[in-house]
Write a new protein. Structure first.
Length: 111
């Protein structure tokens, strides 16, 4: 798999025990690799459309506005189906301010 020409751009806000990471993904066909967290969270499709996998099983396509419930310790990944996608991952956090990662997978990309 080749690296996306325009890498996703994220911004993070921590406030009132809530972790909200927003991603802007410029290009259709960009894969956000699978990962899992120790706790359940929400992912909101704010703009555009994505295909979602959970535990390596394709769950479906989601068009904004949509909110997905991601159970704890569930691997999940997203493929953008349109240009200009905006996603927000929303977690409750403990005193460290970061959601705990259960499992992460990295893509091996060609230059």
């Amino acid at each position: 798999m080749k690296r996306a020409k325009q890498q996703p751009v994220g911004s993070l806000v921590l406030y009132a025990g809530i972790f909200c990471k927003t991603w802007h993904v410029a290009d259709a066909g960009t894969l956000l690799p699978q990962h899992a967290h120790d706790h359940p969270h929400l992912t909101m499709v704010i703009k555009g459309a994505v295909r979602v996998w959970r535990d390596e099983v394709m769950e479906g396509d989601y068009l904004a506005p949509a909110t997905l419930k991601i159970p704890a310790q569930t691997l999940h990944s997203f493929l953008t189906l349109t240009d200009d996608v905006v996603l927000a991952c929303i977690h409750a956090v403990d005193e460290t301010g970061e959601p705990e990662m259960f499992e992460a997978h990295n893509l091996e990309l060609e230059d």
